[in-house]
Design a protein around this ligand. Structure first.
Ligand code: COA
Length: 182
């Protein structure tokens, strides 16, 4: 397995992976799968604003993908980011998610982000576990904040300090992310 930057050529596979999670899962609170055209536009917004977007590939097949984006768009949030990870069902449970998250953390630290936030739909145990394994701390759960598949879902927040964290001030003129929410 290799982990590399995603390219536009990966977006059909990425859309297929995300579609499965939209239809069957609780990680995302989207209810209708976006088209490949929409996923391509989102990819452009993420990478165009300097956030990392990566894939795990094995024997030419995309096993999963991960990216960072803005947590919220007000400028005081500029030095933190939110991660997203999605794997095809057959790729789960063998360390691919952990490998993608480790690479995303490395890249976001290098860019100068200070915190990474995981917003975990449905408080899903696999997602909580992959983030805990990477050193994220549980920061709280918002009860009954999503409604999908005919039931209310809790949303768990986890957080990992990156780089110098809060031990130094950021440079107010040089921030790693942008104001775009993706
Ligand atoms: C959540 C997801 C990214 C995890 O990736 P993964 O490759 O399956 O996880 P890993 O194999 O790296 O396992 C990491 C840890 O999670 C645990 N884990 C994996 N699946 C689990 C499950 N279904 N229930 C409980 N724990 C689980 C593993 O035991 C491991 O913990 P350990 O190191 O203490 O043994 C993946 O399952 C996935 O894509 N799920 C659907 C989409 C999703 O939920 N995305 C998260 C959005 S925030």
């Amino acid at each position: 397995m290799i982990i590399r930057d995603a390219t536009a050529a990966d977006l059909t596979a990425i859309t297929d992976i995300y579609t499965e999670s939209v239809i069957n899962g609780v990680a995302t609170y989207e209810l209708e799968p976006p088209s490949t055209v929409e996923m391509t536009a989102r990819f452009g917004a993420i990478t165009g604003n300097r956030y990392p977007y990566i894939v795990a590939e094995e024997d030419g097949a995309i096993l999963g993908y991960a990216y960072a984006g803005a947590f919220r768009t007000r400028p005081a949030y500029n030095w933190i980011c939110e991660d997203s990870i999605y794997l095809s069902p057959q790729a789960r449970g063998r360390g691919v998610g952990s490998a993608l998250l480790a690479e995303l953390i490395t890249r976001c630290e290098a860019l100068g982000f200070r915190q990474m936030i995981a917003v975990i739909g449905g408080a899903h145990p696999a997602s909580v576990a992959v983030h805990a394994r990477a050193g994220f701390e549980h920061q709280g759960t918002l009860k009954a904040t999503g409604y999908k598949h005919g039931r209310w879902l809790d949303t768990t927040f986890m957080e990992k300090t990156l780089g110098e964290g809060a031990s130094t001030d950021p440079d107010p003129d040089v921030y790693p992310g942008t104001l775009y929410r993706v």
